[in-house]
Design a protein. Structure first.
Length: 212
């Protein structure tokens, strides 16, 4: 993919109303307090393997239970493994935030993967939401990169260098373009993508409810 093709994709997303999501990818930084770390971790755990719309509904119930009603997560979310992981992160958010904040940069990805319900792919999702400039090698990005005989990391890093965007922003633009049908299942850019008009609108880290 040429830088010009990438910029054209990015412009199409701007025109479709995804400017806020792109700006978030460009400006996201590390969490500044424990609750912020908890929110990002809990969102990724909850969203894993789940449709974004379903995850959104459960997410609001979980936050309401923890922050306003003083309930346990499993009172509103019946997935025992995920609810236990989210509850544990809520109860230990201070220590988790401290560990994250003091962990050497070259050890952070491995540390994230060691957290409950974070795996070898979802660690990149969480890392991006925590401000690390990485790409998440999901199925869309793997397919697009393979078309150019590159790894997802090579493709995103190259386009980032040539356009001035962050690696995470490139990842988001390519994923969202595939999500909307602007890039087809062969990894080819198409001129007409009907999904553009009816694409679901999300914001903030929930733009990463892919499974990004």
């Amino acid at each position: 993919m040429t830088p010009e093709e990438y910029i054209a994709l990015r412009d199409r997303l701007h025109q479709a109303g995804y400017t806020k999501e792109i700006l978030w990818c460009e400006t996201v930084g590390p969490p500044k307090f424990p609750l912020q770390f908890f929110m990002e971790y809990a969102w990724v755990v909850l969203n894993s393997g789940m449709k974004n719309q379903v995850a959104e509904n459960i997410w609001h119930r979980v936050l309401d239970a923890l922050m306003f009603k003083g309930w346990q997560v499993d009172a509103v979310f019946r997935h025992s493994g995920k609810s236990k992981a989210i509850q544990n992160a809520w109860d230990n958010q201070e220590s988790l935030f401290q560990e994250f904040s003091t962990k050497p940069a070259d050890e952070l990805l491995d540390w994230l993967q060691a957290l409950p319900w974070i795996g070898p792919i979802t660690k990149y999702h969480l890392a991006k939401n925590l401000g690390m400039d990485v790409c998440k090698p999901d199925r869309h990005l793997m397919r697009i990169a393979a078309k150019y005989e590159l790894t997802p990391e090579e493709l995103c890093a190259s386009l980032a260098r040539e356009t001035g965007n962050r690696i995470g922003t490139v990842d988001y633009v390519l994923w969202r373009a595939a999500n909307l049908g602007i890039i087809n299942f062969r990894g080819q850019i198409v001129n007409d993508s009907p999904g553009m008009a009816t694409a679901p609108r999300v914001s903030g880290h929930k733009a990463e409810g892919k499974n990004c």
